[in-house]
Design a protein around this ligand. Structure first.
Ligand code: CA
Length: 477
């Protein structure tokens, strides 16, 4: 009997020890998870040309801080966005899906009463996905994914927002005069609304780009103990071209006034990128933070004096100048410093990379892929055998398959180019077999796409015909 009691006691002691150990282990795992979950930062610029960063060979505008990202990690020489203008490109980036899948085929109008004018609620944003992984999230700057109350950042997975809802904004605080959307009379008036902090209008004293950078640094400092996702969407260097003397005086060597102002705006972004990187380093969280840098579309060279270098055309076009952008990323714990990656990648890959690292499952089928295995040579294949673009209203299309590009943009027929030796898309190839193969592949991709779900900026005339003061109240365009 005594022996049985002894054995029973021993079992109880062992069980208690095991439970304690298990608890200790799970606490350890929990702690490990929280300290090893990478932070995700996306720095998006607006209408910056492929050639307008130092890491792509820019000579007249110095971008030492943006270049730090490429030097700390990788530059993508064939980095794309999923559309050639702002809104749809952002819809693709933030969902990891070709925006044509869900009808975001146009640049949205500013229509705060129209719940269809923006990113459909059926779609999951990267912020919503990362919330599932315990992340703190903030969107800063340009939103452009819907001005209706239901479509604003705080309803799309972001804990915090500082910025503006429309497709662009004035930069000087003195120009920000509207307190309430009811004061707006025209489609471009939202450029002059006071900024929003979450859902409240605030008085801003700083040049807009500096204000956005300040908010980014403050968010990182506030969340240094948490895994976080920061979506820093500068509207610079999108027009209107406005810069302060602090930045203009750096560019006395540029005689063209437009280019000089553009350069100053890029330089302001570069300072902000520097402040953000410095902050990550000072807090000792830079090593495990993924920082992506890219522009939302190619430069509109005539409009803002950007430079897409040898790429053909620019913003709005499906030739390379419209969709190939300056693109770099760093993640010091994994990606070798100073890497150069030449295979095609696309903004959709950011969603896929982030969700896979954080181990959250996307709600829908995504079109991007996790880039890390390709950047660490674990996977020697290519991330994408083919990439596709569609501009619904122009009936423009493009696809890239290896180095071959099929494109039709304001041309009578589809054209075939070999980007390996003709990055400027000047020499049309005549290869009917390949032409037919790629055309069929495009049609197969396009068969899964949706019709547009809202009118766009190109329908501005229709929009402007509505009596001033009335358009703000219309619930469906
Ligand atoms: Ca843009």
């Amino acid at each position: 009997m005594r022996k049985i009691k002894y054995l029973f006691g021993l079992v109880l002691i062992l069980m208690a020890c095991a439970t304690k150990e298990k608890r200790k282990n799970s606490e350890f795992v929990k702690k490990l998870d929280n300290t090893t979950k990478p932070n995700i930062v996306i720095i998006l610029t607006d209408d910056q040309g492929y050639g307008d960063v130092g890491f792509n060979g820019c000579k007249d505008i110095s971008t030492p801080n943006i270049d730090r990202i490429a030097a700390n990690g990788v530059k993508f020489t064939n980095g794309y966005v999923s559309y050639a203008v702002c809104g749809p490109s952002r819809a693709g980036l933030i969902t990891g899906r070709y925006q044509d899948r869900f009808g975001f085929c146009r640049n949205p109008l500013f229509a705060p009463k129209d719940s269809n004018m923006g990113l459909p609620l059926s779609e999951q944003t990267l912020a919503e996905a990362l919330k599932g992984g315990g992340y703190q999230t903030m969107a800063i700057g340009k939103w452009h994914l819907g001005a209706h109350e239901s479509l604003r950042p705080l309803n799309r997975g972001f804990d915090e927002f500082f910025g503006f809802l429309t497709g662009g904004h004035n930069y000087f605080p003195k120009d920000l005069v509207f307190n309430d959307l009811s004061e707006l009379k025209g489609q471009w008036d939202p450029y002059r609304t006071k900024l929003l902090r979450n859902n409240n209008r605030v008085e801003e004293q700083e040049y807009l780009t500096d204000a956005l950078s300040r908010e980014a640094v403050a968010f990182v400092e506030r969340n240094q103990e948490n895994p976080f996702f920061l979506y820093l969407a500068y509207n610079a260097p999108h027009s209107p071209l406005q810069a302060t003397e602090k930045y203009l005086q750096r560019f006395d060597h540029i005689k063209d006034k437009k280019r000089k102002t553009y350069a100053a705006m890029v330089s302001a972004v570069d300072d902000g990128v520097g402040a953000l990187l410095n902050s990550l380093e000072a807090l000792n969280i830079d090593k495990n933070t993924l920082v992506f840098f890219l522009s939302d579309n190619g430069g509109p060279e005539l409009d803002n004096s950007s430079d897409n270098r040898e790429l053909r055309e620019g913003k709005g076009s499906l030739f390379e100048g419209g969709i190939r952008v300056p693109f770099a990323m760093q993640w010091p714990v994994k990606i070798p410093r100073g890497s150069v990656y030449n295979e095609p990648v696309i903004s959709l890959d950011i969603f896929a990379t982030a969700t896979e690292l954080v181990q959250v499952t996307p709600k829908s089928e995504i079109d991007g892929v996790n880039l890390i295995p390709f950047l660490t040579s674990k996977n020697s294949g290519v991330p994408h055998k083919q990439l596709f673009w569609r501009k619904y209203d122009d009936q423009s299309i493009a696809m890239r398959s290896g180095n071959m590009k099929l494109v039709q943009h304001k041309t009578p027929n589809k054209e075939l180019y070999n980007l390996a030796d003709d990055v400027s898309e000047t020499v049309m190839l005549k290869d009917s077999i390949l032409f037919n193969q790629l055309s069929t592949a495009f049609d197969n991709w396009d068969a899964k796409n949706s019709e547009p779900t809202f009118l766009g900026l190109i329908h501005g005339k229709q929009f402007d015909s509505i009596n001033p003061g009335r358009w703000m109240d219309i619930e469906k365009y």
